[in-house]
Design a protein around this ligand. Sequence first.
Ligand code: ZN
Ligand code: ZN
Length: 390
Amino acid sequence: MGKSKLETLTVSDPQLLNPHDAIIKVTRTAICGSDLHLYDGFIPTMESGDILGHEFMGIVEEVGKEVTNLRRGDRVVVPFTIACGNCFFCKKKIWAACDNSNPNAHLMEAAYGYSGSGLFGYSHMMGGYAGGQAQYARIPFANVGPLKIESDLPDEKVLFLSDIFPTGYMAAENAQIQPGDTVAVWGCGPVGQFAMASAFMLGAARVIAIDRLPERLEMARSLGAITVDYSEEDVSVLTALKDLTGGIGPDACIDAVGLEAHSAQLQGTYDKIKVALMMETDRPSVLRQAIQAVRKGGTLSVPGVYGGLLDKVPFGAAFGKGITMKMGQTNMHNYMKPLLERIEKGQIDPSYIISHRITLEQAPAMYEVWRDKKENVTKIVIDPWAEAAS
Ligand SMILES: [Zn+2]
Ligand SMILES: [Zn+2]
């Protein structure tokens, strides 16, 4: 309803608009770190009345006549990126670059050259699709995206296949980890957690976790990571990473923070002022640090969201050290099924990150808690059918 202003309202139910659509009854949804970029007004083209939410799952209620993969009653997890399955990019399995799913692509082209795929609940420039923090949602290209859950695993164990588990996994894959590598991860929120767990799965010998919130650092230690609390007065992240790697630097660095980085240093203040003056759109202090920290010939993977123009990024250091940089929205469709299999085999239970279970009525207040990292919050899951007064 405006910057930092949310309401829970009754709206009309979504309708099938296209024969390839499905309507699902949402059984669980979650609030993502990247929802905060919308909440805080960093992403343009939001309108009053837009429905947020791109992490959701549910039961198929209705399908259009061209939908052959799904039937009423199927239980599905929906990927946050919308892909047609038939364009040049979908055929190359670069699903997050789908050329057919963003009807407002022209809004992106001026700034980006080309548009990425449409996204649920993520502004009009990303397609203006209603999100899943609701009781029902319309799913376009329903033959392509939704992953059927045929086992009786509870919602909470599979919900995060909608975004953050695949996103963390792709971040680790993009880090090009070799057995024995040391991987440093900035940001121990949900994506950082899954990036660390995935780094170990892909053969990392050591993972170094960087954050300032005790509950997140504790979670990182529970995965086996070494932690660096950058808010401690005498801690320099760069020195700590050098000390932990014999002066060489981590083989791979993962920026799981993105455009609203918090920084205890002078550059944090600098970025806040430049953003306020609209001379910069993003606060890239983690990106700067990760470029500096990574070893020569190492890899930088960026799952954290960036939106626009960044200032004082040490590109010379990136060039001078010959690093590889990989980034972008997650190509969800490549990861959902293999990661579901890992959950089914008991290799990981993604629900360990959940700290809060709430109703839709509680969501507006909980966005504030999430933004300000109060109440030891680590991940908020919403049951859209739960009664308000619980
Ligand atoms: Zn998300
Ligand atoms: Zn496509």
